[in-house]
Design a protein around this ligand. Structure first.
Ligand SMILES: Cc1cc2nc3c(=O)[nH]c(=O)nc-3n(C[C@H](O)[C@H](O)[C@H](O)COP(=O)(O)OP(=O)(O)OC[C@H]3O[C@@H](n4cnc5c(N)ncnc54)[C@H](O)[C@@H]3O)c2cc1C
Length: 129
């Protein structure tokens, strides 16, 4: 592994940067949402009480510890208690939480009825290729 401080060609190489530089808000955010939505998409349809407790604790801790989460957004996200009763309820809740961040950043709202198309089965066969 080399750290070529003055090598302009390497500094401008996105692959090198993404593999070696600290994550910015976009890189971290995308990775975080992939992990969260995928976790919710594979959560059971009928979770056991222990799974519900565990998921509740995980999400609470995740959002409490997410770096630099603004107080306003944190308050807004805490307004709606987490729904852990099923895969659908958890995924819809998370979709609405993500939409609160989207709204704050001026991004388009995501249609939560499509959350399993996006995170579980894929919109089209292209996703299987
Ligand atoms: C808890 C949290 C707080 C954040 N706060 C900030 C902040 O204050 N400032 C900042 O600059 N960035 C913040 N981010 C990062 C920000 O949300 C985005 O991840 C980042 O801007 C990259 O956006 P993106 O357009 O690539 O798509 P992302 O928002 O990262 O979404 C990734 C993919 O998820 C899908 N998607 C979009 N919305 C939804 C939804 N509602 N439900 C399901 N799937 C959806 C889309 O297919 C999209 O391509 C935060 C991230 C997290 C996890």
């Amino acid at each position: 592994m080399s750290y070529p401080n003055d090598n302009v060609e390497v500094k401008n190489n996105d692959t090198w940067r993404s593999d070696n530089c600290p994550a910015d808000a976009v890189t971290l955010g995308r990775a975080a949402w992939v992990m969260l939505h995928t976790t919710a998409a594979y959560y059971p349809d009928r979770p056991a009480p222990s799974q519900m407790d565990s998921m509740r604790a995980f999400m609470k801790s995740f959002f409490e510890n997410y770096p630099c989460l603004g107080e306003d957004l944190k308050r807004e996200m805490e307004e709606e208690p987490i729904r852990v009763g099923s895969r659908r309820k958890l995924s819809d809740w998370l979709c609405r939480q993500h939409n609160k961040v989207n709204a704050k950043l001026g991004k388009p709202m995501f249609d939560c009825s499509k959350v399993f198309d996006r995170w579980l089965q894929g919109y089209s066969q292209i996703c299987d290729e």
